[in-house]
Design a binder for this molecule. Sequence first.
Ligand code: PRX
Length: 687
Amino acid sequence: MAEQNDHVAGSEELIFNPPASLQNEAHVNSMQQYQKMYRHSIDDPETFWREIAAEFYWKSPPTGKFFDYNFDVTKGPIFIKWMEGAKTNICYNMLDRHISNGLGDKIAFYWEGNDPTDHGKITYSQLQQKVCRFGNVLKNLGIKRGDRVAIYMPMILDLSVAMLACARIGAIHSIVFAGYSAESLADRILDAHCCAIVTADGVWRGSKLLNLKKIVDDALKICDERGHHVDKSIVVRHLSVDEEIINNGDGDDEREAARPSHKLKINWTAGRDIWWHDMMQSVSDVCEPEWMDAEDSLFMLYTSGSTGKPKGVLHTVGGYMLYTATTFKYVFDYQPDDVYWCTADVGWITGHSYVTYGPLGNGSTGVIFEGTPFYPDAGRLWEVIDKYKVTKFYTAPTAIRALMKFGDDIVTKYSRESLKILGTVGEPINPEAWLWYYNVVGNGKCAIVDTFWQTETGGHVLTPLPGATPTKPGSATFPFFGVVPALLTEEGREIEGPGEGYLVFKKPWPSLMRTVYGNQERFETTYFKKFPGYYCTGDGARRDSDGYIWITGRIDDMVNVSGHLLSTAEVESALITHKNVAEAASVSHPHKIKGECIYCFVTLKQGCQYTDELVVELKNIVRTKIGPFAQPDFLQNAPALPKTRSGKIMRRILRKIAVGDRNLGDTSTLADESVIDLLFNNRPNNA
Ligand code: PRX
């Protein structure tokens, strides 16, 4: 089990009732109503979800069972199906359906650039036209239903256009967060056999200029070397450039980026590289949606796996559409005049479900933000909230903790009067951060929704409902409609009442992942083998005497760095590519802002010196192989590693050494106890 998170003394007893102002308008405004709806969703899921499905457009109804599944590996292959045989198109439901209902002129998204003077907006009709155009561009390039398209883009409106255009023509999008390295991008393109990629020339993130095109070029080169040729790379010209020097065939182009003092140098491979704006000019803005089966694939999104190789989590059209829209409606208590802002990057699942599909499924107005919370200063989020009069706001604990450091004044100098609901996601939120969010950001008048979910779950699974659930700081509270959680002992026995164990789910809800792309066996092994009959989250959780659920963190070898999951194996495989490294072990380590960070133990080959330069080289290797966000915070020279007699590294002991805790518990299985002192004495000064 992972160590328990810090709790504010007595935080289990602290209870915050839903704000009365919110309760008056909320879709669900009492626990009785929540419980009634919850029971209905569990006792009769078919009727519950059929009623919700009726609000969407279906070309034709399901042909077989409304839903069907097997969670028990001992009984046969794992499968999950919702509304199989029904025909629909998610893009049509996100755009055309609302336009037909008179929402064409409603703002779909405000766009706020990295630079506070850069902004834009797009209505539902305008978005639909752009999506149709880009759908036609993709079709003209020969991309068809079922093809995989990689997207590596900054947070710009064209990113939403690209993903919705894929969905419209039935292509499967595979979005890779534009902070991953060329190697990570290549791994993902190769795994999915993507036939095209959509990117942008570059982007400013805070005061840093990133050359996305170069990263994509490098990734495509790696793909070529490994035998997979991507012959279409569509490039959005995002940074302002000199009109004279575009598209001159092979060779280097120098373009002015948004800041005149910087030049972005990009290469152009004629025949493969295509400017987005060139293609968009000559196509029609009418694009008939491809009518998809509810169980056809919508997208894959890669998430770290404990073996080191990322898993392509596969989501399908129908169930994902219903569940993201329904969770958005109830968890953010969607009202038509809302301005909703989720700060997550679309490259992560939060951006898929709660920047794009959930909000658009409801016809809401959202904000897409390109920048960072700290640029030009740490008041940026609150400034943007005032600028667009944001009513519902969704961010990560890591951002809250980082902003707390700057004090209250930089928050309170902005009005934040419009705010009603504040959401958090991605990692356990410590009660101190929860209380600061509630008292300072929300001025003590907003509901906080701590939403627990995963890339795999597609949408929120444990969460308060803002008009109904009395909240406790640090608890994700209760299950959403259709979700049946349980806590299991190591032996797989269900824990009734208060207790702590493995967090699992007993039944599927519509947006649970369907498989690991191209690897059903890995899907079954990762999520269903340990406890047959249950979907296993990989997290530990505790239920208190009031039935509230508290997530205690990962119980596998995953590290949650600033809300981003990384596997320790992934970091270790990067480290051992250094010529001087014989062996490496990395573990999760508590971090005040990031929640967790990576602490690495490195064993060098005979005769190699552990120097400051080597530490820098090792950190850079991880940056290059995975991405800058994965860089370890601590590295330590480990002349040897603690191992069992069968040679297994004892990570439990390494985690203790990393925090300097000599309380090691049972060490009887250690092959060589002398390693322990050696490692304690070698801890880096900054640890
Ligand atoms: O450990 C849990 C943590 O993030 C993991 C899922 O990560 P990912 O697939 O990247 O998706 C993140 C965004 C949904 C979970 O297994 N996690 C996520 N939300 C919470 C959380 N831990 C505690 N509380 C949360 N609210």
